[in-house]
Design a protein around this ligand. Structure first.
Ligand SMILES: [Zn+2]
Length: 399
């Protein structure tokens, strides 16, 4: 691979920077930023697409051409390569021609966030940074803690005290330093920024570090590879702070710029009703925080989505479909998904199916619809447990 085959481009002012000239946000646009508003000046990696066109071959595909960190810095951690499943049960349930599921809950730490953490830790190896700091609702934190353990790096994690227990257990067992915040994800985000400003280390906050988007885009590259160099017509994505949908968009965008696909799939943004700042922003054109984001879908519960601007353009550029789902709809979808496909998804990822059920008429125009299931259900068993009653035990001579 050619070293540094990309430049960073500001998503707000379009200024370009060399790879090591900037680390987080565009320095010009970041001057307007203060914690508590969506990030301005989020950077995207702009590759030499002509170079990729010349060197990418379907016979012997080298996806490292699309990577913003060279392979030699990769940790020994088996990220990605999660299954793509064709579900005839969901196709008939939704009345759609072809429903696919990308089950990213089978990443080693149980969520798609492994992809972002993997690339940021690879970057820390390149930069010889020993400490990586992050704020998270739980999944990014457990992913970072896991990848750091495999790379011999120290992870410092700010996480709301309300995060599901399984995620906290993961973080501690992987050996990270955990700071439980008596506040929200948004509070944890601001605290972790202050921490790296005062004490140093590499900050992995989602969207704040541009490689979180680059890491997440690998899910789209994988879908392209698994569909034999095709892409689905629509991808339904659970949206919290807007970084996963931006990453999914970036993967398809890179493939299009490299001449490998003709069209970026329609990206459908699914949000929880009480945490729908991005969807409201798309519908009305005016941004306002979610005032009280209380939802069982903890991974997509956020008041101020960090990547609201980029997520908005990802949706608007591809078909403008958004849908909000209630906690009840999420719980019902979780049960349907588990009992018809064998996939136990955490509440935020079950929101994907809940959204597809609500939008099934709009989705009929697509030949193939992919549901992105981002997190494993075992991450949070307390939520479904509230609606489940175990049968009474029987005596051992019952049968
Ligand atoms: Zn800028």
């Amino acid at each position: 691979m050619i070293m540094g085959n990309f430049v960073y481009k500001c998503s707000s002012c379009l200024r370009e920077y060399k790879r090591d000239e900037v680390r987080y946000l565009c320095p010009v646009c970041a001057m307007d930023y203060r914690p508590g508003i969506p990030l301005k000046g989020v950077l995207t990696a702009k590759f030499d697409y002509e170079f990729i066109k010349r060197h990418f071959s379907k016979k012997n595909p080298d996806f490292s051409l699309f990577s913003a960190v060279e392979r030699q810095f990769f940790p020994d951690y088996p990220v990605g390569n999660t299954p793509l499943i064709k579900s005839s049960a969901l196709s008939s349930l939704l009345g759609l021609e072809n429903v696919l599921i990308k089950y990213d809950g089978l990443n080693p730490s149980g969520s798609l966030k492994d992809r972002a953490s993997f690339l940021v830790v690879a970057e820390s190896v390149r930069l010889k940074e020993e400490r990586i700091v992050c704020a998270s609702t739980g999944n990014a934190a457990s992913a970072l803690a896991a990848v750091c353990s495999s790379a011999g790096k120290k992870a410092v994690i700010f996480v709301p005290k309300t995060a599901p227990k399984a995620k906290l257990v993961q973080i501690i067992l992987y050996g990270a330093e955990i700071i439980l915040v008596d506040g929200t994800y948004d509070d944890a985000f601001a605290m972790s920024l202050r921490f790296t400003q005062k004490r140093g280390g590499l900050n992995r906050n989602t969207a704040y570090h541009p490689l979180t988007i680059e890491g997440k885009k690998t899910v789209s590259l994988e879908i392209f590879q698994q569909m034999n160099f095709e892409v689905p017509d629509a991808v339904v994505v659970p949206v919290g702070d807007g970084v996963i949908i931006s990453g999914v968009y970036k993967g398809f965008y890179d493939l299009k710029k490299a001449g490998l696909i003709k069209k970026i799939p329609c990206l459908v943004s699914v949000q929880a009703k009480s945490s729908n700042a991005i969807n409201r922003f798309i519908r009305s054109g005016r941004y306002s925080d979610s005032k009280n984001p209380r939802t069982i879908a903890d991974s997509i519960s956020v008041s101020t989505p960090s990547n609201a601007y980029m997520a908005k353009s990802a949706v608007e550029n591809t078909g403008n479909l958004t849908v909000d789902v209630s906690d009840d709809e999420i719980l019902k979808a979780q049960k349907i998904l588990a009992s018809t496909t064998g996939i136990f998804a955490e509440p935020s990822s079950s929101a994907t199916l809940a959204g597809a059920i609500k939008l099934k008429m709009e989705l009929k125009k697509f030949k193939s619809v992919l549901l992105l299931v981002t997190g494993n259900g075992l991450k949070d068993i307390d939520t479904p447990l509230k609606n489940i009653s175990l049968p009474p035990p029987v005596s051992k001579d019952w049968i």
